[in-house]
Design a protein around this ligand. Structure first.
Ligand SMILES: Nc1ncnc2c1ncn2[C@@H]1O[C@H](COP(=O)(O)OP(=O)(O)OP(=O)(O)O)[C@@H](O)[C@H]1O
Ligand SMILES: Cc1ncc(CO)c(N)n1
Length: 272
């Protein structure tokens, strides 16, 4: 039997491993697969994590992160890439240098700094390096409420605050577009995101999904944007379709573990 020689877009995720499979590398690769995009990865750290929390984090040596990125880009090539949990200043610097040297385009930076519950995940030096070295190379960054507060210097409680923060971040940080995510907002703003690209200020609204199982929403959203860019979609279309994807994944979220379960990606199969 002859094999089908399939040409397929390729995306790269530079992120941490989540042993519970709900966020990080695991959900990124799953998201790429459900977009029919071949997923490649550079692992930055290994978390011992489940639906209840993160119990241990081990960083990879920055040389190992560099080697993974080079192995993928120099042989296979990537149409788009995303960064997730980069953990420390040394890894952020290494990633920023590789992105520059290898001329990785269509870069989506999910600036994982603070969890949706408000806990800071990386130290202050690392935040400065993310801000000055990596974010200026991004096509889009996707901060949650708390990350947008750090990057803009604004306290964010209202939709107007989200809009102002998106504009300040765009002006000060040199990224092409900003999506401030509303998962950490209260009341009717949960699920409302704000987009700014220097010209258009848009509000992405969706129905609020009533579930405690929201683990991995941020990773899924940025991975879906990356997959859509790898497929050749423009940035705004990539974001709109990714927002629809994460909303559907939330409505199919998985009731596993004793805490916050992950969003569910199997809906295209379940809906058949
Ligand atoms: N209950 C909800 N209903 C609808 N949309 C939601 C809900 N919770 C989060 N979202 C959406 O999920 C996406 C991720 O946003 P969120 O603010 O949760 O990111 P995050 O904090 O980076 O996520 P994570 O928990 O993975 O770290 C956004 O599009 C947000 O609007
Ligand atoms: C590995 C990893 N990356 C990102 C997040 C943020 O959701 C997480 N909890 N774990």
């Amino acid at each position: 039997m002859k094999t089908n020689k399939t040409s397929i877009p390729v995306a790269l995720t530079i992120a941490g491993s989540d042993s519970g499979g709900g966020a990080g590398i695991q959900t990124d690769l799953r998201t790429f697969a459900f977009h029919c995009v071949h997923g490649t990865s550079a692992i930055t750290c290994i978390t011992a994590q489940n639906t209840l929390g993160v119990f241990r984090v081990d960083a990879m040596p920055s040389e190992a992160v560099i080697a993974q990125i080079r192995a993928v880009v120099e042989d296979i090539g990537v149409q788009a890439a995303k960064t997730g949990m980069l953990l420390n200043q040394e890894i952020i610097l290494a990633v920023a240098q590789e992105v520059r040297t290898l001329q990785i385009n269509n870069l989506v930076v999910d600036p994982v700094m603070v969890s949706r519950t408000g806990a800071q995940l990386i130290d202050d030096d690392a935040i400065q390096t993310l801000r000055h070295e990596l974010i200026p190379q991004a096509a889009i960054i996707t901060p949650n409420r708390y990350e947008a507060q750090i990057l803009s210097g604004l306290e964010i409680v209202s939709l107007e605050d989200m809009q102002n923060a998106a504009q300040i971040i765009h002006k000060n940080l040199g990224t092409k577009a900003v999506l401030v995510k509303g998962g950490g907002m209260s009341g009717g703003l949960k699920g409302v995101d704000v987009w700014f690209d220097g010209e258009r200020l848009e509000i992405l609204r969706t129905k609020q999904v009533e579930t405690k199982n929201t683990h991995g929403t941020g990773c899924t959203l940025s991975a879906a944007i990356t997959a859509n860019l790898a497929l050749g979609k423009d940035l705004w279309t990539a974001v709109q379709e990714a927002k629809e994807y994460v909303t559907t994944a939330l409505t199919y979220s998985l009731d596993i573990g004793k805490g916050q379960g992950p969003v569910g990606h199997f809906f295209p199969l379940l809906e058949k």
